[in-house]
Design a protein around this ligand. Structure first.
Ligand code: PRT
Ligand code: ZN
Length: 294
């Protein structure tokens, strides 16, 4: 049960890289969020839901302890906190934003011939637990220095020989003369759930919100593709359609040799795909965005 017994509580990052996309997901799932006088909460107008706005690092604990029923947090933060006693917040679905990779990087020009090169070195990181697990699995003995921010400057300050930091575009590593040498963890934002059962009247709402998030996440990038095609080319065309399950095939009035093909494609549909469909005999090809999916 969340902070309020008859309202569902969802913990989101207040400010930072996940904040805007998390709120956008709420909106796309049909939740109308409203700022309240209290800076800690947003109120959802059309459902008994409160949005708790906190630092991302606090989200796993708030969800584990049942202060929030659901939360959105980076997989990296969950992994970093996973060693804490007892069952933690459970990840239940990847949300498709906040992508980044936790990487080990060394100064450009410094030779690196695999994890053994890190033996006896100092590595600065904001993810000491994840890094120590990674090193232990490879039997590397290194000195891990924890830093909260600006990890990438540690080698220049002679504070460390290497860093283990989150990388998105790679621009920060490059600007600091560092080169990525190991991938420690791939991360994106995930929806987490408390390890306990919420009370019955809220459980149904929680499941319905999860369903909607799944729908929003699945429909992103998905396209509805329609075309006319010769019956004889149906197999070939189905193989070309990216990430489509069984397409719907319907007869075309007055044409025995042709059918209409409709399919939901889970992946991006590129111009090259359309050209291949056309070459396979398809005509009148339409690609439409999908707004909602369940
Ligand atoms: O205040 P609060 O504690 O809530 O926020 P925070 O400062 O701890 O986190 P924030 O908002 O920076 O990041 C929140 C989450 O976003 C992280 O836990 C990751 O899951 C995810 N994320 C995605 C990132 C990045 N991309 C990212 N690029 N988190 C951090 N970075 C930093 C990285 O640490 C490095 O300094 O961006 C820099 C590298 O970026 P590139 O693009 O130059 O490679
Ligand atoms: Zn944080």
């Amino acid at each position: 049960m969340g902070a309020h017994p008859d309202r569902l509580t969802i913990a989101l990052q207040k400010n930072g890289r996940l904040a805007a996309s998390s709120l956008e997901l709420m909106r796309e799932a049909g939740l109308q969020t409203m700022k309240s006088a209290n800076d800690l909460f947003y109120r959802v107008e059309n459902y008994p839901i409160d949005i708790l706005r906190v630092r991302d690092d606090d989200i796993p604990t708030l969800v584990r302890d049942g202060v929030a029923d659901l939360g959105i947090v980076g997989r990296n933060v969950l992994a970093e906190q996973q060693d804490r006693a007892g069952p933690g917040a459970e990840p239940i679905m990847a949300l498709g934003f906040g992508h980044c990779v936790l990487k080990i990087a060394v100064p450009e020009g410094q030779p690196y011939e695999g994890p053994v090169a890190l033996n006896g070195k100092r590595i600065a990181t904001s993810h000491p637990n994840v890094l120590m697990r990674f090193l232990a699995e490879r039997k590397v003995e290194a000195d891990v220095v924890t830093m909260q921010g600006a990890v990438e400057v540690a080698p220049r300050l002679k504070l460390a020989h290497a860093v283990c930091d989150l990388v998105a575009t790679g621009a920060t590593l490059e600007a600091n003369g560092l080169r990525a040498v190991e991938t420690v963890l791939e991360s994106e934002a995930v929806l987490v759930r408390a390890p306990h059962q919420p009370p019955h009247q809220l459980e149904q709402l929680a499941r319905s919100i999860e369903q909607r998030f799944r729908g929003v996440t699945a429909s992103r990038g998905a396209k509805y593709v329609m075309m006319n095609a010769p019956k004889s080319a149906l197999d070939r065309i189905t193989r070309i359609l990216p990430g489509a399950a069984a397409p719907t095939v319907t007869p075309l009035a007055g044409r025995d040799d042709m059918v209409a093909v409709h399919a939901v494609c889970q992946e991006s549909v590129f111009w090259e795909t359309l050209e291949r469909l056309k070459a396979a005999g398809a005509s009148a090809i339409l690609v439409l965005p999908i707004e909602k999916m369940m």
